[in-house]
Design a protein. Structure first.
Length: 442
């Protein structure tokens, strides 16, 4: 090998390491002091006791990979994806290390350097690219799901044992899926809902992708609730999936493309604020400016978009309460991780629940511990997810609450699955906070 070849090889290696450092946010990695405050906050470390299953351990591995001291191996891959991405470590970290950004960067490196099996690539392409980003296709999925539930196929599948042929993760989650809205109900939705009483602002409702299929009624309740609080509500055109699942799965380019569509739709909408009712979606929507850091065309536009984002709890807590009727329920609240740790919204949902006449509110021990849902984690890491959920349900049962309230669709499905697993269906139910609040103001 000539000197020129050696020099080129060294240059390529150096460029490769620099690219890794940039993707993995090396400057932020170096801010980790290895103090260990994150350890008791991390669900996977608590379950396994392994350093490699902790934020501190994962950051150490990221640093070694970025420095070229550790290969992007199968173990590195599995350790990065064992993380739920709940970001509880961010709340515990005294140095303010943005672990959510680091884990997304690490997964982006994994996806770039480790080819996936054909089946995995097919499923990801089908869901992440051909389904979630396309609202019309999601509507058709909702119609198919409605037909499955109402035609008798669901009953047949359960009684015949067909569901047992599917992976346990899918059969367990299928039991927790609520009855979806009919096609006729969807067609009746109006694009605009006027404020009741004094108008205070005009807001756009972010529908989400999965949220609008499985929890269409919750989206409708959210819109009517905002109306009752004095907001004109617009279902503005052009919005799409928030991109959170894509970012969590290491496909940041696809996430950015979805973000661009949402930014452009928001700019055309002419609204005061954009409201969402899903903690995971909201955390992604509020981080678009980080996704476009250094982009001369999109960073400033993304910042304006982010400034207009509001979680429904966050917004309602700033508005005068409408008249509410009494609901004689004992209620507890399970934090959405991305609402509590990502958006730092903790007090508002609790205060709203306590404002409902007749409600007896009881705090859930370790309410901000992840329930194990974490996007699609309860499918991709089913055993760990259920292990975490079963521990959560012991605390839930101890509250003796009749209603478990959440602020995120994934958490809601997970809690419903947990209630079934714990045999508590006759004692409690899980609902979205927007549904409960709307029940009080209806």
């Amino acid at each position: 090998m000539t000197g020129a070849h050696i020099a080129n090889a060294v240059s390529d290696a150096r460029n490769g390491i620099l690219e890794l450092m940039e993707t993995m946010h090396y400057d932020e990695i170096m801010n980790c002091m290895r103090c260990g405050f994150c350890l008791p906050a991390c669900p996977t470390y608590r379950e396994t006791g392994k350093e490699t299953a902790s934020p501190r351990g994962r950051i150490a591995m990221m640093k070694a990979v970025a420095n070229g001291q550790l290969e992007i191996s199968e173990k590195f891959d599995s350790d990065m994806y064992l993380c739920l991405g709940c970001r509880a470590c961010e709340s515990a970290c005294p140095a303010g290390v943005p672990y959510g950004t680091l884990i997304e960067g690490a997964r982006e490196v994994v996806e770039t350097h480790r080819p996936r099996p054909l089946v995995t690539r097919f499923v990801r392409n089908l869901t992440m690219k051909q389904l979630f980003p396309h609202p019309k296709r999601m509507e058709k999925l909702g119609t198919l799901l409605y037909f499955y539930q109402k035609s008798g196929l669901r009953t047949l599948a359960r009684k015949s044992g067909i569901m047992n042929l599917f992976p346990k993760s899918m059969s367990e989650m299928e039991k927790a899926v609520p009855d979806v809205a009919s096609p006729s109900e969807r067609k009746q939705r109006k694009d605009f809902l006027p404020a009741k009483g004094e108008k205070r602002m005009t807001v756009g409702l972010f529908k989400g992708c999965v949220m609008d299929v499985m929890f269409f009624d919750t989206n409708e309740a959210t819109a009517k609730l905002l109306s009752a609080f004095g907001c004109d509500v617009v279902y503005f055109e052009g919005q799409t999936c928030c991109g959170a699942l894509h970012a969590h799965a290491g496909d940041k380019n696809a996430a950015r493309e979805l973000a661009k569509q949402n930014i452009e739709a928001f700019e055309r909408a002419g609204i005061d604020a954009m409201v969402n009712n899903a903690g995971g979606c909201g955390a992604a929507l509020k981080e678009y400016h980080h996704w476009f850091h250094g982009d001369p065309e999109w960073e400033a536009r993304a910042k304006k978009f982010v400034d207009a984002q509001r979680d429904v709890n966050e917004l309602l807590a700033t508005l005068p309460l409408p008249k509410m009727r009494s609901l004689p329920y004992r209620v507890t609240y399970q934090d959405s991780c991305h609402l509590a740790h990502g958006q730092k919204i903790r007090l508002q949902p609790r205060e709203l629940l306590k404002s409902i006449p007749g409600v007896e509110y009881v705090e859930l021990p370790e309410a901000d511990r992840c329930c194990g849902s974490a996007g699609i984690y309860n499918i991709t890491n089913f055993d760990m997810s259920m292990q975490i959920l079963d521990g959560k349900m012991k605390h839930v049962e101890g509250t003796k609450a009749a209603v478990v309230v959440t602020s995120n669709p994934g958490c809601l499905l997970q809690m419903r699955a947990g209630i079934k697993r714990a045999g508590l269906e006759d004692k409690m139910k899980a609902v979205h906070i927007a549904d409960l609040l709307y029940e009080a103001v209806e």
